[in-house]
Ligand binder design. Sequence first.
Ligand SMILES: Cc1ncc(COP(=O)(O)O)c(C=O)c1O
Length: 367
Amino acid sequence: MDIERLVKNSVKDVENYKPGKPISEVKRELGLSDVYKMASNENPLGSSPKALKALKRELKCLNRYPDSGCFYLKDKLSKILEVRPENLTIGNGSDELIALTLRAFLNHSEEVIVAKPTFLMYELYSRIEGARVKVVPMKNFKYDLDAIRQAVTEKTKIIFIANPDNPCGTYVNRVEVERFLSCLPDNVIVFHDEAYYEFMDVEDYPQLISSINRRPLIISRTFSKVYGLAGLRIGYGIASPKITEYLNKARDPFNVNSLAQAAALAALDDGGFVKKSLELNKRGREYLFAELQRLGLEFVKSWTNCIVVKIGRNAADLVNYFLKNGIIIRNMSAWGLGEYIRVTVGLEKENRKFIRLLGNYLLNSEQ
Ligand SMILES: Cc1ncc(COP(=O)(O)O)c(C=O)c1O
């Protein structure tokens, strides 16, 4: 059987995405009982308590298919965001919004533009859909919107922008993004990924919802980060009714399970949990910035819940050292940055242990 001859060319050569290792895997493989995960930009505080309560109630209804139209969640989101339900697509994680955008709008061999380093799923899904992917390097770990604009050709169909970015945690501001959008031809779709939107407490962060009817634009957000629901897989897209109609045509009818819908709906009412999560993150991030500086390490000033740190030599060794000592962090080699790591801001005890191990590692490797 020659499966190689059967598989689609666009899938054959795609590299598998390597997510942060699950805690259970590290415990199992290394025989550890206590493991901290600081590798996938999750909420270290847990999940919204209101969401957990809603889940218990929803457990009684698992014999039924979920609401394909996510009526209640769209109704609530539309009031919060001041849009119409017809502007909303609910996805199995905001990852699915990326996939749906490509599935609905990209013809084979059309071009997609992504930055580097940025969220890896843009390139991966684009390649699976048979896109030509143009990669535009960042400038000082920030999106270079001028260079992206210059990379646009008549073949360009979709531009992905993570704002703020993962892994860098940097953002492009309202003036920069609006100028960028105004210079683009209107046959190019901009996917503005706002997975870390809630972390942005700055005045000049772009507010693009008012632009969704003016140009082809899809804004995506998620319940995976500040609401602590990554395991349920739920996110949403905001776009014009026409774009939304096509995104919905491209999705599976039951793409968002009923537990995820119930939890997300309740989480939107849990302002207290969001506030606590953001405060914890801010404190932890400030602590890590100060300690990294004390250790003499270069890092990217992040606005989100992760920090890219330069180790200055192959970081694989350090990532293994951390694993053996019960902390999962991310090696940046998948982004072509072998000398860097990415760490997610954790609980206070996790941040302290991270810094202690890092200090020990640096001291031992100097000797
Ligand atoms: C920039 C960005 N976009 C999208 C996602 C996907 O999030 P989810 O599919 O969990 O909503 C992530 C996850 O880390 C991310 O960092």
